[in-house]
Design a protein around this ligand. Structure first.
Ligand SMILES: [Ca+2]
Ligand SMILES: [Ca+2]
Ligand SMILES: [Ca+2]
Length: 208
């Protein structure tokens, strides 16, 4: 290798290292924007929810532009029912169509019957939790939590696209709780440019 070749190789190496240093700075900035954004909303219902009705909870979903919900949970805090009876279930559903009103509202009367009055199924609402208090009568610090699976996350993201999501809750016994909490985290949807960027990053790394 001639002296000229050595200088040329050194020049190329210095250049590649400068480019990589710049990329590291940019990647640092990208890492900050990729941090999960937590969202949490809660509601209290004075006197609890009555067995002969079913309810809706409409929420402004507030997913940042260019991001997607990647995890979600729904929790009844310190929940219990009036007393332990056969079939006294608490059904919780993610709705495919948003409720007419925001907030927690009485949707209709079911006379404590009909099972789950929100009829979950493919293409429609999805049941996210079904619970029956095994004790009843008084609180015992039980939190009933549901973690969304992939199908539920997909429906949640589809519904949140218009800025609103809704839940359908059907108690077939009188249920009491401190509050209901709905939480999610989001992450940035990777842009096609980021994938291309990663490809060139690998090539440049080999040059250095
Ligand atoms: Ca019912
Ligand atoms: Ca919606
Ligand atoms: Ca009911």
């Amino acid at each position: 290798m001639t002296y000229k070749d050595i200088r040329k190789e050194r020049h190329n190496k210095d250049r590649a290292q400068s480019i990589i240093a710049a990329i590291v700075v940019i990647l640092g900035a990208l890492t900050v924007t990729a941090t999960a954004n937590p969202f949490s909303k809660s509601v209290t219902v004075a006197g609890g929810i009555a067995h002969q009705y079913y309810y809706t909870w409409g929420i402004e979903s507030n997913v940042p532009s260019g991001e997607t919900i990647d995890s979600a949970t729904f929790t009844y805090v310190n929940v219990y029912d009036w007393k332990n009876e056969l079939g006294d279930k608490l059904y919780t559903n993610l709705l495919s169509s948003d409720p007419i009103s925001l907030g927690f509202n009485n949707a209709d009367w079911d006379g404590q019957g009909g099972g789950n009055n929100f009829n979950d199924g493919p293409g429609g609402n999805l049941l996210i939790g079904e619970w029956e208090d095994p004790q009843g009568g008084s609180p015992y610090s039980h939190n009933e939590t549901y973690i969304f699976d992939n199908d539920q996350l997909n429906l949640l993201n589809t519904s949140a696209a218009d800025g609103y999501v809704g839940f359908g809750i059907d108690p077939d016994c009188h249920y009491y709780f401190e509050e209901i909490e709905f939480s999610y985290t989001t992450s940035v949807i990777p842009a096609p440019g980021a994938i291309l960027f990663r490809k060139y990053w690998c090539r440049l790394s080999r040059l250095a």
